[in-house]
Write a protein that binds this ligand. Structure first.
Ligand code: ADP
Length: 434
């Protein structure tokens, strides 16, 4: 309806009334004219008051019952209302259809979804979430999720604000079910908790871990025996033909390589094992770093200038054996991959919010595309050089695992032609100040 059309109607009525009253006033006198005008206005006002009350009654009902029927200007108003309601109903039914489809899809998804409000109370969840967390459709809506999943590690994850990575936990309703859960913040301080059943994957992982650990363990004894005999042969250099001595020496070198490989595989298995909890105590870090510095000097045997910069006296809470093995790999890599004559610097210093042990070398550096893959098992930039220098391809994987167990991280910076810097950085929560 055109707005101007609507406003013309009452104007025409008032005009007609005015002309009529003036006509009566001209022929019947002023009083008669006024009486006609008042009577006309009263009828017109009564008409509006009546339909206003009809509209008010209809609005007060609160539901969308049929719009009342009217005549004149009010007919237009009710017609416009009717149209609005029809539009509203149509968009509502579209919205309901979309919601219905979404709800059906969410019900069919094998992953659990729990919607939480800003107070971490449950707004909604799908059937998979019921299976994963043992939630009850009737009683658990509106409950704080922390009351229903009573695991301290989950509480830490929920209370923290780093939801970048999923978190693995046992299902609260079955110890046999392993879940990978991840919080996804959305909207205005709301969160979505997504859970996935990773029991099968965990079992395969455990089988792989056990297999590697068992094979490594089984290989240890025969290797020790073979190595022992070869050593005996090598001690008999005087009576052995020269060729045979050379073969024995070669076999001894390869046996030693295999022994190192087996030891590294066993070390990795231990670090990965969920049963192997971190045994922590205060570690005198300046002392440990001094040991690593001495190791670097003896490994290099005078081939490199090696410096130690200790800017902090602070200690760490952790496992000394694991740290010696993890950080030692960074030191031995620097010595092995830095050409003779080029400097190596070990440092223990604060870097913003983290305390870092860094090993900086002036070696050849590493091309950027290799850097993200260096901590993968057996990933080497130059396989030949790694073997030549006694590498197993597991050193950085071990270092990364050790750091992860200490909530630390490995930062690798390198520029081709300028050298590399490998830093083991620890959070404040691990630091014990002197
Ligand atoms: P590896 O036993 O082969 O040294 P690591 O896991 O310790 O295995 O290291 C993986 C690869 O990273 C190495 O093979 C090497 O190519 C590269 N790398 C590690 N440290 C350095 C370094 N300081 N300078 C140059 N390359 C390095």
């Amino acid at each position: 309806m055109d707005l101007s059309e609507f406003w013309w109607r009452p104007l025409i009525v008032l005009l007609v009334l005015g002309v009529g009253a003036s006509g009566v006033g001209l022929y019947g006198g002023l009083i008669a004219g006024l009486a006609v005008a008042i009577a006309g206005l009263s009828i017109y006002l009564g008409y509006h008051i009546y339909y206003m009350s009809v509209l008010t009654n209809w609005l007060m009902k609160g539901d969308i019952s049929p719009v009342p029927v009217a005549s004149g200007a009010w007919d237009e108003i009710f017609y416009a209302l009717e149209r609005l309601i029809r539009l509203h109903k149509r968009s509502n039914s579209k919205l309901f259809a979309v919601l219905d489809r979404f709800e059906h899809a969410a019900q069919a998804i094998p992953d659990g979804i729990v919607m939480l409000n800003e107070a971490d109370q449950i707004d909604w969840f799908n059937p998979a979430a019921c299976r994963h967390f043992g939630l009850d459709d009737k009683s658990d809506r509106g409950q704080f999720i922390g009351y229903l999943i009573r695991q301290s590690a989950f509480h830490d994850y929920l209370g923290g604000d780093d939801y970048r990575w999923p978190f693995v936990m046992k299902s609260p309703c079955s110890r046999d079910m392993t879940l990978s859960v991840q919080m996804v913040p959305f909207g205005d301080k709301q969160k979505m908790l997504i859970s996935r059943d990773v029991t099968q994957f965990e079992m395969v992982e455990a089988m792989r871990r056990d297999f590697v650990a068992n094979v490594s363990h089984e290989l240890r004894t025969p290797l020790t025996v073979v190595g022992g005999f070869l050593e005996t042969f090598l001690d008999m250099r005087n009576i052995l033909p020269e060729d045979l001595y050379k073969y024995c020496d070669l076999m001894q070198q390869q046996t030693e390589r295999m022994r190192r490989l087996v030891e590294d595989l066993l070390a990795l298995s231990r670090l990965e094992s969920p049963q192997n909890r971190l045994v922590e105590k205060r570690i005198d870090m300046p002392d440990l770093i001094q040991t690593l510095y001495q190791d670097a000097l003896s490994l290099s045997a005078g081939r490199h200038p090696i410096y130690l910069v200790s800017d902090s006296e602070d200690d760490l809470l952790g496992n000394a054996d694991e740290l010696v093995s993890g950080l030692g790999n960074l030191v031995s890599n620097a010595v092995r991959y830095t050409p003779p004559g080029k400097a190596i610097t070990l440092a223990w210093a604060w870097r913003e919010q983290e305390l870092c042990f860094s090993v900086q070398d002036r070696g050849d550096g590493i091309e950027a595309h290799h850097i993200p893959r260096l901590t993968e098992r057996f990933y080497r930039v130059d396989r030949g050089r790694s073997r030549e220098t006694g590498g197993t391809g597991l050193g950085l994987a071990i270092a990364k695992h050790v750091l992860t167990r200490h909530q630390g991280r490995l930062v690798i910076e390198s520029k081709v032609g300028q050298g590399s810097c490998f830093s083991a950085c620890f959070p404040v929560s691990r630091v014990i100040r002197k």
